[in-house]
Design a protein around this ligand. Structure first.
Ligand code: SAJ
Length: 425
């Protein structure tokens, strides 16, 4: 008796999840407060970029299994997949989770199941959602089942991971967990592990915190290695051959709405103890300034007084269009503060989101003194350095992702600098 699902939030998680359920035979009603996004989806147009989404959306709409609007409808199951950002003071902003929960209260009925997919500070289901859901008058746990099943998919590979990743399901009681597991079995081939709601919340937050701390370690190693005259990329690669070592990679910082955000939930909840977590956040947040200073240093070494920087890559990671919390935006900000002239370009971002953004690669590179690679998009890896050499004013490239083919760029006469490599200092 779980035929109809109402999904609240049609973003990077809610929309792919909706089409997956719809294409597996369930009736899905998707809801978003963004009327423009809703209208686009109704017309089978995408408001976000994700591999394989277009054809799956077409199928879902054509089959009649997916409808969307700006208001919820009665359903057997409600799934909430809305943003859970942090405020400027780094504390959790639960206003979307609260508003989404309130929005479904008039529609929920005896026997329904409510699932929160958004990543939240541990205890949110118990302390924030349950009091709101109680307003329905239903007895929680018997008449209304509630659980947390955090999404764990990585942007760019969402459909593959939705199906194959294992999934954590944490109900407020066993019945809630079991019913949630049965629902996701519609398309999940990975294992489904059952726990309680607060543990599920903790699991999700610590997964992303693990990654943040590990990346901070890599970024710290990058800075230490450069000072010691060691190439950090080679050192990490070799260290990772040890069977119990798995160091992540350095870069210009950590972006996205998850890894740069979720560790703050733990810092807020227990600042006395969450010390490494806090320092890791600060370390990763310090990388954009470090990169901007390095750009200035490289220009000085070449005695270029007013360098023009071509910034390549604005999304927070490779091959996606998502600029949320992107370290590139911070790098651009710091380059501006250092009074460096710049033009920025990203092949995945088709409208100007920054004043100094160009939509043309050629225009970006024309007369540039330093090409600064901030995102390892496939498009950048296959750039022809000989062609680039004809466009730029000085042949200098600073690769913060170690993604360019070294020999080809050196052969074309470029001074190739890499983040975390001895040559930068
Ligand atoms: N990054 C590095 N070095 C690395 C790996 C990543 O600097 O070695 C940077 C990336 O460039 C990017 C940021 O970290 O700026 C985050 O990228 P990511 O690919 O690690 O993660 P997200 O934010 O796209 O997705 C993460 C995933 N979590 C984990 O891998 C533990 C995903 O599974 C979650 O579903 C997602 O967060 C989420 O929604 O919470």
């Amino acid at each position: 008796m779980m035929n109809k699902i109402c999904v609240v939030g049609l973003g990077y998680i809610g929309l792919p999840t909706s089409v997956m359920f719809a294409n597996n035979g369930l009736h899905v009603h998707g809801v978003d407060v963004n009327a423009a996004a809703v209208e686009k989806i109704q017309h089978k147009q995408l408001h976000i970029e994700e591999n394989g989404l277009q054809e799956r959306l077409n199928a879902a709409i054509d089959s009649g299994n997916l409808t969307v609007s700006t208001t919820p409808e009665k359903a057997d199951v409600f799934i909430i997949a809305v943003p859970s950002p942090i405020k400027p003071d780094k504390t959790a902003d639960m206003k979307y989770v609260e508003a989404a929960t309130k929005s479904i209260v008039p529609y929920i009925e005896k026997g329904n199941l409510v699932i929160l997919e958004s990543t939240v500070p541990p205890r949110t289901v118990e302390d924030v959602m349950m009091p709101i859901l109680e307003e329905s008058g239903l007895e929680i746990g018997t008449e209304l089942l509630v659980s947390h099943s955090p999404e764990r998919v990585i942007p760019g590979r969402v459909f593959e991971e939705l199906v194959n990743n294992s999934r954590i399901v944490g109900g407020i009681n066993e019945k809630s967990s079991e019913k949630t597991r049965d629902l996701y079995r519609a398309f999940v081939k990975g294992e489904i592990f059952l726990t309680d709601a607060t543990t599920a919340e903790m699991v999700k937050v610590i997964e992303n915190t693990f990654r943040d701390v590990n990346i901070a370690f890599a970024n710290e190693l990058a800075r230490v290695s450069a000072n010691l005259g060691v190439n950090v990329w080679e050192a990490i690669k070799l260290a990772n051959h040890h069977p119990r070592v798995n160091i992540h990679l350095p870069g210009p910082g950590v972006g996205g709405h998850c890894i740069a955000v979720d560790p703050w939930f733990l810092v807020e909840q227990d600042p006395q103890n969450a010390k490494i977590i806090h320092l890791a956040r600060q370390t990763n947040d310090s990388m954009p300034l470090y990169v901007a200073n390095q750009v200035k240093e490289i220009a000085n070494q070449h005695q270029i007084k007013n360098p023009k920087v071509a910034v390549l890559g604005l999304s927070f990671k490779a091959n996606i269009d998502d600029m949320r919390e992107s370290p590139s935006v911070e790098v651009v900000h710091h380059l501006n503060e250092l009074n460096l002239e710049l033009t920025a370009f990203d092949p995945h971002i088709h409208e100007a989101k920054l004043p100094q953004q160009s939509l043309e690669l050629e225009e970006t590179l024309k007369n540039a003194d330093i090409i600064l690679i901030l995102t390892e998009h496939d498009e950048f890896k296959i750039l022809d350095p000989k062609q680039m050499a004809n466009l730029v004013r000085s042949k200098i490239v600073f690769d913060t992702k170690n993604c360019l083919p070294r020999d080809a760029w050196l052969k074309a006469g470029f001074d190739l600098r890499v983040l975390g490599d001895s040559k930068n200092i």
